[in-house]
Every structure is written in structure tokens, then in C-alpha cells.
Design a protein around this ligand. Structure first.
Ligand SMILES: NC(=O)c1ccc[n+]([C@@H]2O[C@H](COP(=O)([O-])OP(=O)(O)OC[C@H]3O[C@@H](n4cnc5c(N)ncnc54)[C@H](OP(=O)(O)O)[C@@H]3O)[C@@H](O)[C@H]2O)c1
Length: 365
């Protein structure tokens, strides 16, 4: 049995605001695993926009701007979490953990000790696991992985057998289950052509791989400087971030000026053009709005072309297990842009917000 310390290193989010709200501490109490919980020594933890959005209170309906990483005008504390409720501080954020189980509380979990694991980030009411209204997010409604140790319910813990490093494995959880959930919600199959804005990002690069895995054609939209790196992920075509004439660009790229599916995490000013790119009966699936949540929606585009819209956030049970299978069989590849020591989380988040990277950035405790 590994001897455990009594305290750990962690980064605390002290309240809503700028990066000054993140504080690295060397002596924070070690989490104590309770009934059906395990203690995990964190090997690596991936960054996510939800860390930034929660810190800046971007989820508040009072905020209407793109994600900038700065504290926002109009945002309120009482609806500042992804779920529309208040956040308790201090909070240890960080959802995408790869680590090793080092202890188990009472109940279950002894069999996991010593295993390398990933954490399913959706916290469920295990008396009603299919009730998606009773879910929390790991690193938001409880402490997460920006620390040397973390605890979580044993039913959220997935052992993983892989040659990938901890840092590579920490690039998957949030982005890939979100992307897979979007594709499930839009029922994407091999006859589809999928347009992917923000394709250089965590969810976008996952969408390319997971849509291809289903046999669909993929068209990536990304910033010019990232086009070569995005092409290497393997989409059928790469187009600029916001082509003036998206239809003409699609025609040149795939021989048709429309797609059957738009899988979007960007929104913003480009949004009407994305909707216009959908063929009759097309599906728009959305899990983010990094370029701006408030968009110009012409209802005629929606109903006259028989479109279907699906939002995608809380992921039903089972999808995380599917993802672990794809990782273990090498059906998806990690896109690890950079690693930082945990103590430099602020610098890591600055780089994450600057968006010069492709894939994801990970911190190591
Ligand atoms: N609903 C959920 O459960 C869920 C889960 C994960 C993420 N999300 C949300 O989805 C969005 C994307 O997440 P992600 O992790 O894929 O993000 P990411 O890794 O930061 O990538 C986002 C990409 O969007 C592109 N982009 C286009 N316009 C932008 C703008 N105005 N500002 C910043 N980036 C812009 C950038 O690529 P180019 O520079 O190449 O254009 C960037 O690489 C975020 O809003 C996030 O909160 C939601």
C-alpha cells in the first residue's frame, strides 16, 4: 500500500474574475474517499473552456460576449455555472484526469487500486443515472483534477489499457465525449457530410476523428495558421475559418455547396452562414458558442428547409465507456499541443485562451 501524504498541491479558483482568481497552494488537505469513492493520484489533467467560462461567469445569461478569458460585463454570480446555478468557492477545477487509483473508501473500489484510469466527467445520481437533470460536472460541482490527488465515485472511474502517456490520455475526456454525443444526437452516419467550425480545437479535432470513424465526410473550418496541422488530422477538406462564400468554398472542396450536418462549438457572427450551408432536412448540432452565444436566427431558414436542431451537453451513461474502447483500439489519436507544470496553470490557461494551439494543453502535477 502506497504511503499517502496528508496534504497536496492544488490550484484553487477563489471566485469569479480574471486569472488572479487562480492560486497555486502547496498545502491543501488530501481528499478523503467516502462510500464508493476512490482516491486517484493525478498524472495529468487537460484544460477546458468550461474552466475559463466558470471563472469568468460566462455561462451567466447576463454575459453575451465571446469567450475572452476576462471577467465579463453583465455576468451575475447566481447563474454562473454551466448548469445555471451558483458555484461554491474555493473550487479545484480541471475535468480531464488521467491518474492512478491509490486508495478506496468503504464499499467498492479495492479492485481498482494500482490501475491507470480516466474519469467520466458527468457526476450522476446513481439512483437515477438516466435522469440527465440530476447531473453535475466533475471540477465544477465538486473538486477536480488541478491537484496532485482527487477523489471520485468509483462508477465514474474507467481503467484504460494504452501505450499513450498520461498527458496524451488527458486530452480526451471532455472534448471526445462531447463530440461523440453531438454526433449521436445528430445521428451521423456514413452517408453524411459534416461541417466542423473550430476544427483546430479540442471538440472540433475530436469531431473530425469521430465522424470519420463513422464513415462520414468531414469539412474542417479553421484559422489559416492551423490549416496544415488540421489537414493532418484527416478531414476530407480544410477551409478558412470564415469563408465569404461558404457555399462556393464547399462546392470547390466536396463538389456540393451544402452539407447534411453542421457540428458546431463556435457560433458567433459566422452562425447564419453555417445554417445556410445545411441541405434540406439537414441537422445542426451544437455544444458550444466560443465566438458568441447570441446569434442572428432567421426562423425561415430553419422551417422552410426542414432542419433539425439538437443541443448537446450532458452525456448519457455509456458514451464514456465507448470512448475508452476507441482509445484502447487506437481508433482516435491524441492531439497534445503542450504540457505545463500544475504550478504554471495560469500560463497554461493564457496559452489556451490565445488559441494558437491545435488539440489540447495539459498540466502535470
Ligand atoms: N456542452 C459541452 O458539454 C461542452 C464541452 C466541451 C466544450 N464546450 C464548448 O465548446 C466550445 C469549444 O470548445 P473546445 O474545447 O473545442 O475549444 P478550443 O479547443 O478552445 O477550440 C475552439 C476553436 O474555435 C475556433 N474559434 C473560432 N472563432 C473563435 C473565437 N472567436 N474565439 C476563440 N476561438 C474561436 C478556434 O480555432 P481557429 O482559430 O482555428 O478558428 C479554436 O481553436 C467552448 O465554448 C466550450 O465551452 C462545450
Amino acid at each position: 500500500m502506497t504511503e499517502l501524504p496528508s496534504s497536496m498541491h492544488a490550484v484553487l479558483l477563489k471566485g469569479h474574475g480574471g486569472l488572479e482568481q487562480l492560486e497555486y497552494v502547496e498545502q491543501w488537505p488530501l481528499p478523503q474517499p467516502g462510500l464508493r469513492e476512490v482516491l486517484i493520484e493525478v498524472g495529468a489533467c487537460g484544460l477546458n473552456n468550461t474552466d475559463v467560462n466558470t471563472r469568468t461567469a460566462w455561462y451567466s445569461k447576463g454575459a453575451t460576449e465571446a469567450t475572452t478569458g476576462a471577467a465579463l460585463e453583465g455576468a451575475e454570480d447566481d447563474d454562473a455555472s454551466w448548469g445555471g446555478a451558483e458555484i461554491r468557492f474555493p473550487r479545484i477545477q480541471g475535468a480531464d484526469v488521467c491518474g492512478r487509483v491509490v486508495a478506496a473508501g468503504s464499499g467498492q473500489g479495492d479492485h481498482l487500486i494500482g490501475r491507470r484510469v480516466l474519469i467520466d466527467t458527468w457526476l450522476r445520481d446513481w439512483n437515477a443515472p438516466m435522469d440527465l437533470d440530476r447531473c453535475g460536472y466533475y471540477g465544477s460541482e465538486c473538486d477536480g483534477g488541478y491537484a496532485s490527488y482527487t477523489k471520485v465515485d468509483v462508477r465514474n472511474v474507467h481503467p484504460v489499457e494504452s501505450d499513450l502517456s498520461d498527458a496524451e490520455l488527458a486530452t480526451f475526456a471532455t472534448s471526445y465525449v462531447t463530440a461523440e454525443n453531438m454526433l449521436n444526437r445528430a445521428q451521423v452516419g456514413e452517408s453524411d457530410s459534416v461541417l466542423i467550425p473550430g476544427a483546430s480545437g479540442g471538440v472540433g479535432s475530436a469531431l473530425i476523428q469521430l465522424a470519420k470513424r463513422r464513415g462520414a465526410r468531414t469539412v474542417a473550418l479553421c484559422g489559416e495558421a492551423k490549416a496544415a496541422a488540421v489537414a493532418a488530422i484527416g478531414p476530407d477538406a480544410v477551409l478558412p475559418r470564415a469563408p465569404d462564400d461558404l457555399g462556393a468554398a464547399l462546392e470547390r472542396a466536396i463538389g456540393r455547396d451544402k452539407v447534411t450536418v453542421v457540428a458546431d462549438v463556435v457560433g458567433g457572427a459566422l452562425w447564419p452562414r453555417l445554417i445556410d450551408a445545411l441541405a434540406r432536412g439537414g441537422r445542426y448540432t451544437c455544444a458550444g458558442a466560443i465566438a458568441g452565444p447570441v446569434v442572428a436566427f432567421d426562423l425561415r431558414s430553419f422551417y422552410l428547409r426542414d432542419l433539425t436542431f439538437t443541443g448537446a451537453t450532458i452525456v448519457p451513461p455509456g458514451v464514456f465507456g465507448d470512448l475508452v474502447g476507441y482509445i484502447e483500439r487506437g481508433e482516435v489519436k491524441p492531439l497534445l499541443a503542450e504540457t505545463y507544470p500544475l504550478k504554471d496553470l495560469v500560463a497554461a490557461q493564457e496559452a489556451f485562451i490565445a488559441k494558437r494551439h491545435v488539440g489540447n494543453i495539459v498540466v502535470l502535477p
